[in-house]
Each structure stands twice: as C-alpha cells, then as structure tokens.
Design a protein around this ligand. Structure first.
Ligand SMILES: Nc1ncnc2c1ncn2[C@@H]1O[C@H](COP(=O)(O)OP(=O)(O)O)[C@@H](O)[C@H]1O
Ligand SMILES: [Mg+2]
Length: 394
C-alpha cells in the first residue's frame, strides 16, 4: 500500500507530508519512506491558526472557515509530496490526516451532568478527499477519549512497532511544540509501553521569540539567540514549579497550559532578550531531564534516547540534553534510519493503515482509556470498499 501521512503539530508551523510504502500491519508493519515534503504556513496563516487556539480570539465563524482553509493545505501537502516523489496520486491507496489541533482538553469536567473531555483537530477531510480522490482517515483522537482516555499520545504505538529492541532499552523523545516521550524497555511487549507529555518543547521558545520580534521570527533558528544568552537560574526555577511537571503519567498537555500562560509570565521579566531565550530553552531541557529522572529511569534501564521533531534541529537543546543525560546515549532519529522531520507524519500513515485493518490504534496504558479501540473517522475516496472488522484486534 502507498499511504500518505499528514500532520501539523502544536507548533502550527506547517503541514508535514510523508509518502510511504507500507507492508503488513501491527508488529509486522514494514515501512519505506518514498518522499517527504513540508508546506510551511506563511506567518499570517500561522498567527491566524494560533488565534483560533485562544479562547478569547477563536470565534466559531473563523473556526468553521479555517477548517476548510486547512483542509486545502493538507490536500496540497498530499499532492506536493506525490509530485516531489514522482508518484501519481492515483496510485496512492490511503491518507492519514491528523489535522491541526486547535484545542485539547483532556481533564474531565461536568457539563449538563455529563462528564466530558474534548479535543478538536481541524482541516476538513472532505476537502482532502475531494482534491485527492484518496480515502482518508482523520480525527484520530476522539474515539480514545470516548473510551475514557486522554486522546493523546497516539504515536507511541508506532514507536513500539518500529523501534522496540531485544538488545537495549530506548526512550523515543519527540520535541515538537510540546515534548513527549515513549518508553520502550528492553524486550518490551505492547502492554509494557508507556508514554507521556513532558511539557514544553519549542512552544515557549517560539512564543517568546515571536513576541520579542513583533512576529517577524517564529523560532530560534539553529538555537543562535539562546547560544548568545545567559540562563537566569531564578526564572528557570520558577518555570520548573509548573504543576504539570510533577503529575504522574499518563498525562498530556498543550497550548492551553504551555502557550500564553507561560509565555506571558516570561515576557514580564526584565532581562536581556537573549537571556530570556536561553532560559526558556533550558526550561525545555530541564523539564525533559526531570521527567526522565522522575518517571522513567527509576523503573527502567535505558541505554538510548532517540530524539526527533523540530527541537532536534536546535543545537542548544541537543547539547543541553547530552549534558543532562550523561548515563544514556542521546542520538537523533536519523542515526536510527528515519528522518526526524518526517517521523510524526509517517506515524499517521501507519495509524491509518491500522484503522483500515480494523486494528486497535490506542494503547490504554498510555492514554488512560478503558479498552483498546480502532481510531479515526473514514472519509471514503475513489474505489473505496470499506470493510472494517468490528471485532477489535490488538
Ligand atoms: N533549524 C531549527 N532551529 C531551531 N529550531 C527549529 C529548527 N527547525 C525547527 N525548529 C523548531 O521546531 C518547531 C517545529 O517542530 P515540529 O516537530 O514540527 O513541531 P510540531 O509537531 O509541534 O509541529 C519549530 O516551531 C521550531 O521551534
Ligand atoms: Mg510541525
């Protein structure tokens, strides 16, 4: 099967599109990357997306229309990766489209006497199917939430498929807007895997830079500004008091917690700009190291930390992690055969493949769901004969 995975994470930096050849399913999945393309959102589109995430600014008419705009962007991502790889879209069997998360509320509240958690990814799959003709799986998180889970993270299953090892214990660390990790102890089985969000990835760094440059720069390219600054131990200390950091897993978080509330707190400080940037970069490093010390190393013998996501492109983050984690080898996912930028998009191609195979895509221990469920909503494309076995297989 040729499958395209489409993803835009909490950084809202643009659409990642991966075209893969998939053979098999579950632990037998074999995947070969045929192409990867990135369609960056222009600055004003990124700001419009971030505005939607803000309860004050995210108005329903905008959310409604932006779902269509982003549907077009995801469709373009699919068409572009085919073009770049020299593959005809007609030869593509399936798309897995994560969409753009604009809100993720994993904590339970009671509304109209109903306990609710909710998550919202936009980017209309109908638009994607209309433009590409390809059957598309989307809305990967809601079913897990309906089954009592947090709806996140969902990539750990793919980490388990592709990176479990009989020889060493591994942690897969993805530093996107939020940073998350998957623990694959040596010789682990599916039910041994656990994973959680550690807290900030690039979100606070991006937010601070954007505010300091009046929106001109969206991130700290190559960690250049952090490298010029001096960390403030006092500010770092107060950031590390964030209550999320000590919550026991399973746990997930997002822009609601590590967007404006933290960024505004940092911007109030009267410190040189580069010192602020250095300090929030250290916040990312320290919160990851703290999560490993607190929730991973006491339980599991880990030899290797495999880093992916945009944070792997920041040398200050990578150097900081190597220094903080002297007992483990810290490598980039490239060193283990997968391009860092493509990892999450590949994961949604594989999860879509699981959905069509009628295979459970969540891991109850990871999300807190009551049981395994098949993930996603299927929008049929040309020639689609959907037959999903309703008896959930693991
Ligand atoms: N060359 C780079 N130097 C520093 N930071 C980078 C670089 N490339 C990407 N990043 C960071 O990574 C972020 C995007 O990471 P990504 O893994 O796509 O996150 P998400 O999954 O949240 O979209 C950017 O917003 C930026 O902060
Ligand atoms: Mg991204």
């Amino acid at each position: 099967m040729k499958v395209i995975g489409l993803m835009s994470g909490t950084s809202a930096d643009g659409v990642d599109a991966a075209l893969v050849e998939i053979e098999g399913k579950g632990t037998e999945t074999r995947v070969k990357l045929l192409g990867f393309s990135f369609l960056p959102y222009p600055g004003d589109l990124r700001r419009a997306v971030l505005d939607l995430c803000d309860p004050e600014k995210g108005k329903v008419d905008n959310i409604c229309r932006m779902g269509v705009v982003l549907g077009e962007w995801f469709a373009q991502g699919a068409l572009r990766v085919c073009q770049d790889a020299g593959v005809d879209i007609e030869d593509v069997d399936l798309i897995g489209s994560h969409g753009q998360t604009i809100h993720h509320l994993p904590e339970t509240v009671t509304l109209f006497e109903t306990p609710v958690r909710g998550t919202l990814q936009i980017g209309d799959s109908s638009v994607v199917v209309e433009r590409t003709g390809v059957t598309t799986v989307s809305d990967f998180r809601s079913r897990d939430m309906a089954a009592g889970g947090e709806g996140a993270p969902v990539v750990p299953l793919v980490d388990y498929f592709l990176f479990r090892s009989e020889a060493i214990g591994r942690v897969m660390l993805n530093i996107g807007g939020i940073s998350n990790l998957t623990v694959l102890r040596k010789g682990c089985r599916r039910e041994d895997v656990y994973a959680f969000d550690t807290g900030p990835g690039n979100m606070v760094i991006d937010g601070v830079i954007s505010a300091l440059t009046g929106g001109r720069d969206g991130y700290d390219e190559g960690g250049k500004r952090a490298a010029l600054g001096k960390g403030s131990p006092e500010l770092l200390d107060s950031l590390m008091q964030h209550p999320f950091l000590v919550l026991p897993p399973p746990k997930s978080t997002g822009r609601e917690m590590f967007g404006a509330p933290v960024i505004d707190l940092v911007l109030e400080r009267d410190l040189p700009e580069n010192d602020l940037i250095r300090t929030v970069t250290h916040f990312t490093i320290e919160s990851i190291a703290d999560a490993l010390d607190r929730f991973v190393f006491p339980q599991c013998d880990i030899q290797e930390i495999v880093v992916s996501g945009g944070g792997a492109e920041n040398p200050v983050i990578m150097a900081g992690l190597k220094k903080a984690l002297s007992g483990q080898e810290v490598v980039r996912i490239e060193d283990r055969g997968l391009p860092s930028e493509a990892k999450e998009a590949i994961a949604f191609a594989i999860l879509a493949n699981e959905t069509l195979a009628g295979q459970a895509g969540n891991m109850p221990r990871v999300t807190g769901a009551a049981h395994p469920v098949v993930l996603g909503v299927v929008t049929p494309g040309r020639g689609c004969r959907i037959s999903v076995d309703s008896k959930v297989k693991i």
